[in-house]
Design a protein around this ligand. Structure first.
Ligand SMILES: Nc1ncnc2c1ncn2[C@@H]1O[C@H](COP(=O)(O)OP(=O)(O)OP(=O)(O)O)[C@@H](O)[C@H]1O
Ligand SMILES: [Mg+2]
Length: 602
């Protein structure tokens, strides 16, 4: 995500890259809007023409009215001037509205694409990026793309056309003066292009810093209880202050670079205008040239000044927009890692047997987390995974869902390798209760219904009842329709867990993956959650990461995970009898204490 590829490349290939990017943006967004662009284009041509017409008619205004004193044109010429202003005003309005609409549509389109793409990306992408920063960055980037399009079109079409027409008008009036004025162009272009490179770097840094500032605000809001409990306010303020200051400093640098184009253009243009006045003044005084041509010329020159200045600034602004666009494509081009294999078939579950064959996996290369895991979870039975914190239990569960792909060995469900079936069919046959329950924006009912979107209200309520959740749901102000706070802050830990279990129950899948929460609950919640789990576990293949003795004792098979390997296996009766076994040792400790938790002992 923070690839800084573009900075290390040479100027030439950077320009090539910018052009490719521009082509891509236009190819991906232009087609839908051809009609809009044509109408906007006509408006832009009208703006350019009416502007050039003003300069052109100035010669007649001066010569016929002021020099010749021709009364017949006293009405027609001013009226023509008025008309051209009217046309210019209407055409400016038309192109403004059309281009703004296209811009808004482009924003919406990229938002849609990014959201769809983010949901397709694999779990590890989100492990590498902080969600709040990601959101803030995308927000800045999307408007960047809109600006690229609008800038390209308004500047290239309107300003360039206007400039060309005005230059024609100028040459028409006086080619010698035109030559003097046009000499100002090349030095401006050269100096401006020197600015863009500096700007590119500062822009990228500024976007990243702003994203971090916004991200830090969002994380603070989410973790406000921890922030207050550990009196982290000051520390966080100080840390954010550093970011805010750097962001401000970057923005200032961008302003200095961007605005530097102003004095450059002004100075060079000033020299040109002065030279034109001096030369034409001299000619008029010395040789009696008529003033009309000179006025027309100066008018054209002054009218050309604004579009020329905007064009000079274009490259600088475009740079900013292109950096944003490039950042969007970094995300859009991030390929989902676990695309379905070509010709992948749907998983067909007959019983729901899950088998691991010598599975090896690590989140980072060279740091194995699972070092050869083999076991069979029999169809319709319960397999409990127990082991110390960090031994790899949740990782085993994550691999069955294919959140990650194993680097060695095979995982089979009813004899079909999970890498060879479609992810949708795989996940459709699995209900998953994560270690940390996740709730989404919406009502309690919505949150349960995510288990099976087509379920009706009666089924949702039945699932809630079986998950021991109905009582507290009905006690909420709006019952099932009560909105849940961000990530469920308005609910207790046990209530969140029971909602998460209700969601899994509603799915009614043949395989249930259950990652028991490690957080301690009070005895009543504990009993309720336990009952909910018992309901969920009946009659299906269950793989449960268990921390409670009550869950473990009932399991058909217990796997003791130790540092990425299975150290012991068997049922409770067999394992307690094993002399010096990990499990037996734990059970000895457990029996002497009154704790119902396994981890401390293992
Ligand atoms: N997303 C991740 N990225 C990198 N490393 C990870 C990630 N998730 C887990 N790990 C590492 O993998 C190892 C196993 O983690 P895992 O979550 O499977 O443990 P666990 O047995 O479920 O522990 P617990 O009982 O505390 O939940 C740990 O050392 C952990 O640091
Ligand atoms: Mg875990």
């Amino acid at each position: 995500m923070t690839k800084k590829k573009s900075l290390s490349l040479s100027d030439k290939s950077e320009r090539g890259q910018a052009i490719r990017l521009l082509r891509r943006i236009i190819a991906e967004n232009g087609r839908e809007h051809v009609r809009g662009y044509v109408v906007a284009g006509i408006c832009l041509v009208l703006v350019a023409l009416s502007t050039a017409f003003l300069a052109w008619i100035m010669r007649d205004v001066i010569d016929r009215i002021f020099v010749e004193g021709d009364r017949t044109v006293l009405f027609t010429l001013p009226f023509a001037v008025f008309l051209s202003f009217l046309v210019r005003g209407l055409a400016t309005y038309g192109q403004g509205v059309i281009l703004a609409r296209i811009g808004n549509d482009v924003v919406a389109r990229y938002q849609r694409r990014l959201f769809a793409h983010l949901t397709e990306l694999s779990v590890d992408f989100f492990g590498q990026n902080r969600s709040a920063q990601l959101a803030a960055r995308i927000n800045q980037n999307v408007s960047g793309v809109r600006d690229t399009l609008n800038l390209t079109i308004t500047s290239l079409a309107r300003d360039l056309l206007t400039l060309i027409f005005l230059i024609i008008a100028m040459i028409w009036q006086d080619w010698v003066l035109s030559l003097i004025a046009l000499l100002a162009g090349p030095p401006i272009a050269i100096m401006i292009s020197g600015l863009s490179k500096k700007l590119r770097k500062a822009t990228r840094q500024s976007i990243d810093l702003n994203a971090r500032v916004l991200g830090s605000m969002q994380e603070t809001a989410q973790g406000i209880q921890v922030v207050k409990a550990f009196t982290m306010e000051r520390l966080l303020r100080d840390r954010t202050e550093v970011l805010i200051q750097s962001a401000e400093e970057r923005s200032n640098r961008i302003a200095v670079i961007t605005e530097r184009s102003g004095p450059i253009t002004e100075t060079v243009a000033g020299i040109a205008v002065a030279a034109v006045i001096a030369w034409s003044g001299y000619r008029s005084i010395a040789y009696g040239y008529s003033p009309g041509a000179m006025f027309a010329f100066i008018t054209a020159l002054l009218l050309a000044y604004d579009p020329a200045r905007r064009l000079a600034k274009l490259q600088v602004q475009m740079e900013r927009a292109l950096v944003n666009a490039a950042m969007i494509y970094e995300i859009l081009d991030e390929a989902p890692r676990q695309a379905d294999r070509a010709g992948a078939s749907a998983l067909i579950v007959t019983g729901g047997e899950v088998a691991f064959e010598d599975v090896v996996f690590g989140y980072h290369p060279g740091e194995p987390v699972l070092r050869g895991i083999s076991f069979t979870a029999q169809a319709g039975r319960t397999t409990a995974l127990v082991g110390a914190s960090g031994s790899g239990k949740s990782t085993i569960v994550a691999l069955i869902e294919r959140f990650y792909d194993a680097s060695g060995g095979r995982i089979l469900i009813d004899g079909q390798e999970i890498g060879g079936v479609t992810k949708a069919s795989l996940r459709g046959q699995i209900a998953y209760v994560p270690q940390h329950p996740t709730l989404f924006e919406g009502s309690i009912r919505d949150n349960i219904r995510f288990g099976r979107p087509e379920a009706d209200d009666a089924e949702v309520e039945e699932a809630a009842r079986r998950a021991q959740a109905e009582e507290f749901i009905l006690a909420q102000p709006l019952g099932y329709d009560t909105p849940v706070g961000e990530n469920g802050v308005t609910l207790s830990g046990g209530q969140r867990q029971r909602l998460s279990i209700a969601r899994a129950l509603l799915r009614d899948a043949p395989i249930l993956l259950l990652d028991e929460a490690t957080s301690a609950l009070d005895t009543r919640s504990e009993t309720l959650v336990q009952r909910a789990l018992d309901a969920a576990m009946a009659d299906r293949t269950v793989i449960v990461v268990a921390h409670r003795l009550s869950t473990i004792v009932k399991a058909d098979q217990i796997l003791v995970v130790d540092r990425g390997r299975i150290a012991e296996r068997g049922n409770h009766a067999e394992l307690v009898r094993r002399p010096n076994g990990l499990y037996a040792r734990f059970h000895g400790l457990q029996a002497s204490g009154d704790e119902d938790r396994v981890d401390a002992a293992l």
